[in-house]
Design a binder for this molecule. Structure first.
Ligand code: HMG
Length: 389
């Protein structure tokens, strides 16, 4: 059977960010707590007319520059920032991207984990019908209460991936390790805009799930820890991945020194430090960061992935980077996007944070603000109108 995996990958984040030094100043906190303690520098803030739909469409748009979007058979949309209890956000994206009317669309949810479920389901669909291409998009806005410990770990971003047979970027192995446990570490009831989080507990459950998912992976796969050269973790903040990787290295008695262990993940952390938590998208933005910023050519290298979604569901899986992958990356586009973002003053951040969100059917024209390719133009009669720019 032919291999299956990620054929193209592109991400998007909004054009605004708050430097965590600005947040620290406003909170009278030592900025080193953020820059060093949690390993984060900036957090992305969505523009007024940006949401998971516009970010998703902007993430996917580069994938269709050189090819037709009409051949996509399925769009799987992973998010925990749903805009509707019924209609899948991907249906709006289907129109904005001009996908074929015979393309199926569905939304998946399980906190930050669901993008991994989407990738695995996409691989299974392609394994069954190798001529198919599945588009997986993960798009999220991480929002916590002001003045809560989670505030500095906000962020926003979307990642889009084409899943195909004989992929050009990375093949995904079928063997996985899973762990599920009913816990309340982080959740967001339908009536809330911000997550409720038991922060310290969530970090403990993250590490416990890593160990359990790894143990299951070790039973399912013939790969040993030392067969994996690089690792990508779910990234609520970059220090979490450093702690997790140290933990896994210790569990497996890694022969590497501290610097060697750090080097296995550092490339994957760069974009997250500048964007913040992008929930479902973060693991795969981390992969993009590794592929685009690694000092070495990664062809033939095996990567271990740890996906974690609070609540909780976790998965450890693996993949191998394909020869020539570097030709198919969108590194320049991503760098230009990050470089052209505007820094927010604290008051501007608060204004975006409190942006109105009509709930009673009242009409609202939305300030044109995004530098992306799509915008949310207005909301009226409970309907959201998206346009391409
Ligand atoms: P906190 O409790 O305010 O921070 O928030 P802290 O006091 O634990 O400090 C953090 C670190 O900074 C500590 O290092 C301090 O020592 C250090 P550690 O002990 O951890 O190694 N520190 C300093 N370092 C240098 N200079 C200083 C300084 N001061 C302190 N001056 C917390 C931390 C994680 C609780 C908070 O950020 C939070 O609640 N975040 C949200 C929850 C979260 O991200 N959890 C992660 C695991 S769960 C997950 O990943 C799932 C998630 O993405 C959701 C989903 O699945 O959908 C969240």
């Amino acid at each position: 059977m032919s291999s299956v995996g990620i054929d193209q990958i592109s991400f998007y984040t909004s054009n605004y960010y708050l430097d965590l030094r600005t947040l620290a100043r406003a909170q009278n906190t030592d900025p080193e707590k953020y820059y060093v303690g949690i390993g984060q520098e900036k957090m992305g803030m969505p523009a007024h007319d940006e949401d998971i739909v516009t970010m998703a469409a902007s993430a996917a748009a580069p994938l269709f520059k050189s090819e037709d979007s009409k051949h996509i058979s399925t769009l799987l949309f992973a998010t925990e920032t749903g805009i509707d209890q019924s209609k899948a956000a991907g249906v709006y994206v289907h129109r904005l991207l001009g996908l074929h009317e015979n393309c199926r669309v569905v939304e998946l949810k399980q906190a930050c984990y669901s993008a991994t479920a989407a990738v695995q389901m996409a691989c299974a669909l392609v394994a069954r019908q190798p001529e198919q291409t599945v588009l997986v998009i993960a798009s999220d806005i991480a929002k916590y209460d002001l003045d809560s410990p989670g505030e500095a770990t906000q962020g926003c971003g979307a990642v889009a991936m084409l899943i195909r047979a004989n992929p050009r970027i990375i093949t995904i192995d079928p063997q996985v390790g899973n762990y599920t446990e009913d816990v309340m570490d982080f959740w967001r009831p339908n009536y809330r805009k911000t997550a409720i989080v038991d922060g310290k507990y969530s970090t403990k459950i993250y590490l416990k799930s890593l160990k359990r998912a790894w143990e299951h992976f070790r039973d399912a796969s013939s790969l040993a820890f030392t067969d994996l050269s690089f690792f990508c973790y779910h990234l609520p903040f970059s220090r979490m991945a450093q702690k997790a990787h140290r933990h896994l290295s210790k569990v497996n008695k890694s022969p590497l020194e501290v610097e060697g262990i750090e080097a296995q993940i550092e490339g994957s952390l760069l974009y997250n430090k500048l964007i913040g938590n992008s929930y479902t998208a973060s693991l795969f933005i981390g992969l993009t960061s590794l592929l685009e910023n690694s000092k070495n050519n990664l062809s033939g290298q095996r990567i271990g992935f740890f996906s974690y979604g609070s609540g909780c569901v976790a998965e450890f899986f693996s993949g191998t980077v394909v020869d020539g992958y570097e030709k198919w990356l969108f590194k320049e586009l991503h760098m230009a996007m990050l470089d052209s973002r505007s820094e927010l003053a604290y008051e501007q951040y608060l204004e975006l944070y409190h942006a109105p969100d009509p709930r009673n059917g009242e009409s609202m024209e939305i300030t044109a603000d995004t530098k992306g390719k799509f915008r949310l133009a207005n909301i009226s009669d409970h309907k959201r109108e998206y346009i391409a720019l």
